[in-house]
Design a protein around this ligand. Structure first.
Ligand SMILES: *Cc1c(COP(=O)(O)O)cnc(C)c1O
Length: 424
């Protein structure tokens, strides 16, 4: 598999290099040179998740990774299901939260850990990533206990839910977590600065594990196929998928699935008040505002770092950006939506609820809608219980971590401090 840097197309790498480096020159994103057209889509859709995903990923990655190795990677990563639940007539929820950290980021995080272990060579590796909540948990759990791989995770202090924090800041061992006095964009900026520092990068074998790593995106393609595979055959013709979006990795993966030949009519990018993309699609003007805190905090991102890949896909496929649906919900609207969903028998959490409502507002007659449920409601227990006035039992994984002590360090939004910490 060959990839190029979107910012510097002359920089070309193979899959192993892209996984190890994460980002290219000047923080450019790597992008596949060729996205193959898959034939026999219907036969693929008949296969079980793991077997189908092995075939899809092998078609994209090619012979750079021996197929036996790739098969083991996929099998080790995808140890849980992604059920499609009917919520109402023509609207389905794709539940991506049945993994070990109860969020869709388990798919990308676990496959990335497998990929990195497969291509790492002998050098020391430090995973440095910024999280607005769920990436951190998924990365921490995916890498926990892997030999010679150190993990450092930055997150905005006080801006993720206490339960979320417990889930990944209690592991210890090769996992270090740092609460930054700043917002998620500040954390992301620190990570970018670290990657720009060639000396540091070399010294500790820096590697990013957030949604910019290509291996995460490749893993996420697979559950779009799984969604369509679970639809009744007569519902597969006019499928519209609504993606709750923050950094837009999830949407990028969906668009790659469509490029591969998965029959998706269109996508909808759904956001909270951090609506840089919906406004951009309306006005043509890229005008990020200061990030605001919302109920759907994993989407509190005003400068989505995967957006260049979305544009690259549209450009290369000759698609028009006007075909991309988009919409946003305020927190008040999100609360109303959660209540309305509860009334029809589905307990959701804020991210999924946003995707549901924007989908419902934009779905046309004759279309089948799917919205992605990116986290288990219990991960947003405080909000969901308050809004729906009910008590959610804690799933076992969360309950276990909730009883442990936080091990995080605290730090100002200061690169010099972070650099010293990383070299320690
Ligand atoms: C990360 C996350 C998102 C946003 O996904 P992106 O790929 O960054 O757009 C949405 N919902 C939840 C629960 C998340 O953790």
């Amino acid at each position: 598999m060959n990839l190029y840097n979107i910012k510097h197309p002359e920089q070309q790498v193979n899959f192993a290099q892209a996984v190890r480096q994460g980002l290219g020159k000047e923080q450019g994103l790597f992008f596949p040179q060729i996205i193959p057209q898959l034939s026999h889509i219907n036969e693929l859709l008949n296969l079980p998740l793991v077997e189908r995903s092995q075939k899809i990923l092998s078609a994209i990655i090619g012979d750079e990774i021996p197929s036996e190795t790739l098969n083991v990677m996929v099998k080790n990563a995808f140890t849980f299901q992604a059920p499609l639940e009917k919520v109402e007539e023509d609207i389905y929820a794709l539940e991506l939260f049945h993994g070990p950290t109860l969020a869709f980021k388990d798919f990308g995080g676990r496959f990335m850990a497998q990929a990195l272990a497969a291509v790492r060579g002998d050098g020391k590796i430090t995973i440095l990533t910024a999280t607005s909540g769920d990436t951190g948990a998924a990365v921490a759990h995916a890498f926990y206990g892997l030999e010679n791989i150190n993990v450092v995770i930055l997150y905005p202090k006080g801006k993720i839910s206490p339960l979320q924090e417990k889930l990944f800041c209690t592991l210890g061992g090769n996992i270090r977590t740092v609460a930054i006095n700043g917002d998620f964009d500040a954390c992301q900026a620190l990570v970018k600065q670290a990657f720009d520092d060639a000396t540091l990068r070399e010294a500790i074998g820096l590697n990013s594990a957030n949604s910019i790593n290509i291996s995460r995106l490749l893993a996420q393609i697979c559950y779009y196929f799984e969604a369509v595979a679970q639809l009744p055959k007569e519902k597969r013709d006019n499928v519209v998928i609504s993606v709750p979006s923050g950094n837009f990795g999830n949407l990028t993966a969906g668009l790659i699935a469509k490029t591969l030949g998965l029959p998706i009519k269109r996508f909808i990018a759904s956001t909270n008040a951090n609506d840089t993309v919906p406004r951009y699609l309306q006005s043509g003007e890229w005008a990020p505002k200061a990030t605001v805190a919302t109920l759907s905090n994993a989407m509190d991102v005003s400068r989505p770092n995967n957006w260049p890949r979305v544009e690259e896909l549209f450009k290369r496929n000759g698609w028009n950006l006007a075909e991309l649906g988009a919409g946003m919900l305020t927190d008040t609207q999100t609360e109303e939506t959660l209540k309305a969903m509860h009334k029809i028998g589905y307990v959701c959490e804020p991210h999924g609820a946003i995707a549901y409502q924007v989908l419902k507002d934009q779905l046309n007659a004759g279309e089948t809608g799917i919205f992605l449920c990116t986290a288990h409601p219990a991960k947003f227990k405080e909000s969901v219980e308050r809004i729906l006035n009910l008590e959610l039992p804690l799933p076992e994984t969360l309950d276990k971590h909730n009883k442990l002590t936080l091990l995080s360090d605290e730090m100002d939004n200061d690169f010099a401090q972070l650099r010293a910490y990383l070299l320690k």
